[in-house]
Design a protein. Sequence first.
Lengths: 237, 279
Amino acid sequence: MSLLIKLFSPILHLYGVQRCICSTKPFSVVKTIPDVVMMHSDVLISQAREGDRHAQGKLVQLWYKRIYNFSYKFFYDHDLAMEAAQKTFISMHRNIAYLQDAARFRSWLYAIAVNCCREELRKKKGERSVSLSDLRPGEAEDSYTWERSGDRGENPERVLRQTELTDLLQACLTELSEEQREVVIMKEYEGLKFREIAETLNISENTVKSRMYYGLEALKRMFERRKITKETIGYEL
Amino acid sequence: MNYKPDEATLIAYLYGELDSAEQLKVAEYLQKNPEERKRLEEWSFTQSVMARLHDKEVIAPPIIFGEDSNHVPLWKENYFRMSLGIAASLLFFLVAARLLGLSASYSPGELKIGFGMKEKSATQEVPMLTEQQVSKMIQSSVTSNNEALQTSWQQDRKSLEQSIQKNLHSNSLKLDRLMQTTSAASQEQVRTFVGQLQSDNLKLMKDYMQLSAKGQKEYVESLLVDFSKYLDEQRKQDLQFLQARVNKVEQNTDQFKQETEQILTSLITNTSTNNQRRN
């Protein structure tokens, strides 16, 4: 792994990261170069804190996908996710100067994202009108799900089944309570530690674990209800 | 060993967030408890299913950060806007006052606020008088006033004297006439007047005496009647008293008689018993 880092060190340097080269932190969850940069973006954060707009822009580029996907899984709505992600980064730009500890940037950013998502959800609940984006694609033949296959080289049936599974899982996630959903997304998809989630949500670690426990139990029941078993999943694969 | 991990510990074990010692204990526990192991496997399966939900690819939109939000220009600062607003209001007020001709004045007990130009008074202002002129004017007015008073007093006194003399004259004439009439009355008339007075007095006394004699007689009569009644009553009471005393004496004598009789009988009985004993 250290060899890999040394290989990519010029690229990392371009991202304004110097500490990551000599860092001894494990890279077990690191998948891509931007991920490496994200994990070790202390220099970028410190520059952004000093008002460097270039560094702030870099942070946005690095973290946008994560925050957008967190918001998307929270809402299951592209527009709301975009809105929440944009508000999160605007808030980051306004308040990064007040961030005390650069090591807590991740939990701090997720805390902003959670607040933005909650605010958007409140607004959405307050609105009586239904937007066209709320009309989810159903299982009917005229659904635009059929038109969403990305790679034309893939097996269309497989793509369709994957799309259906994705919709199903996303629907299950949306059925969870707001509190459980936040914890499940942060743990399952964002890879935050329980301590970090507790810090983000400003609650105790045990409460986070308890919410995770009930979230998993609820998801398990939902899968049973929808007959998602090892066999059916195996068939999907 | 009766170790049983709680839900939080199991969840932490599932995500590999336990320290090695605790992890070993939980692993041992799971080996001994297949039901718990099955539950953990189910959670693990749930995790694996949820992992099928992949991230959406998204390109970060260009987010253009404006000027540094912490550095607000002076004209956008709240205090600057407020002071500017106050200054503008004052300026507007002054201009409006100038255009409307606002005037305000204050003197003790009086506040005047007016709009428009002040009208000039129709009467020409009198030039100021000196102190000597004023004193002269006062002096002349005082002397003229005194003279007027003197003349009016003299006229009043003359008219008063005239009226007094006139009254005195008329009164003396009246007195003279009265004296003449009184002296003209005759001796005979005086006698008859006195005689009449005496007879009236006599008659008055007579009536009075008659009335008083009659009253005295009635009073004496009633007094006598009352006295006789009193005597009667007194006699009755005395008689009753005497009667009571006599009755008491009678009772005493009767009692005395009975006692003596009892004594005598006792003596007799004693003597008879003594005689019997002797015999």
